[in-house]
Design a protein around this ligand. Structure first.
Ligand SMILES: NC(=O)c1ccc[n+]([C@@H]2O[C@H](COP(=O)([O-])OP(=O)(O)OC[C@H]3O[C@@H](n4cnc5c(N)ncnc54)[C@H](OP(=O)(O)O)[C@@H]3O)[C@@H](O)[C@H]2O)c1
Length: 232
């Protein structure tokens, strides 16, 4: 049985990933920071709710301790929780804005991964999927044919570029664990006021593929539902 922990899974791409992985037969631990909405989503999908606020060291440690006490291991960690933060005019951005975005999208992934690594180490085939974005890919944000090139999102894009690099470095450094990044593509969720043109199911294709592929599938990759993302 594959045990999968997902952060930010009360709504959007995280929730749809939980739904699809349960369909695939995974036991899903649905992480969310809001107890009421997390419990509601878990009940609706048939998952177990685990409270986790990824900016909070104590909350992340408590989530890992909860899983250690109940399931004793995880096989797949999906670092999905993310925020967009302010977009547009760089002159309006503050250091506090930057700290807030990076603390969720990058530091939150380091915090969560560190806490859950001992649980992943108990798996026969441990996998980490980091939900990154094409908005952090140089190649896509400079290609006029791509939607990623038509918006200015300095903090979000910087956080996702850093997350993709974090992924490839973890892949090199973590022996025996596949660590890959997914680019969901522009998907209608609360994150973008539902302006994305993909459905939730399309937006989770790459995440689900990385979470369900078998041993030997490769590590340090950055993939979308269309295949490898050329990101530099
Ligand atoms: N939608 C897209 O087009 C798109 C494209 C590329 C990448 N992505 C990435 O996909 C991931 C999921 O985004 P989404 O589009 O599904 O957005 P969403 O619907 O806004 O969901 C974001 C999730 O992250 C959670 N979250 C935010 N801050 C958190 C914190 N401090 N601690 C714990 N959980 C926190 C949210 O919880 P609350 O409900 O409590 O706020 C929510 O569950 C993000 O990493 C995003 O960057 C999205």
């Amino acid at each position: 049985m594959t045990i999968t922990f997902i952060t930010g899974a009360n709504k959007g791409l995280g929730r749809e990933t939980a739904r699809r992985l349960i369909e695939h037969g995974h036991t899903v631990l649905l992480g969310a920071r809001d107890r009421e909405r997390g419990a509601e989503a878990a009940l609706a999908l048939g998952a177990r709710f685990v409270p986790i606020a990824v900016r909070d060291d104590a909350s992340v440690a408590a989530a890992a301790a909860d899983v250690a006490a109940h399931e004793c291991r995880i096989d797949v960690l999906i670092n999905n929780a993310g925020i967009h933060g302010p977009a547009g005019d760089p002159e309006a951005l503050t250091a506090d804005d930057a700290r807030a975005v990076l603390d969720v999208n990058l530091v939150g992934v380091v915090r969560t991964t560190a806490a859950f690594l001992p649980l992943l180490r108990r798996s026969a085939d441990p996998v980490i999927v980091n939900v990154s974005s094409g908005m952090g890919a140089l190649a896509l944000t400079h290609d006029p044919a791509r939607p990623e090139s038509h918006v200015v999102t300095p903090l979000y894009s910087a956080s996702k570029a850093a997350l993709t690099m974090l992924t490839t470095q973890y892949a090199k450094g973590l022996d025996g664990i596949r660590v890959n990044a997914a680019d969901p593509g522009y998907t209608a969720t609360d994150l973008n006021g539902h302006s994305g043109f993909q459905t939730l199911t399309e937006g989770t294709d790459a995440i689900v593929a990385l979470a369900t592929e078998g041993p030997g599938a490769g590590t340090g990759r950055f993939v979308s539902r269309d295949g490898d993302v050329g990101w530099y």
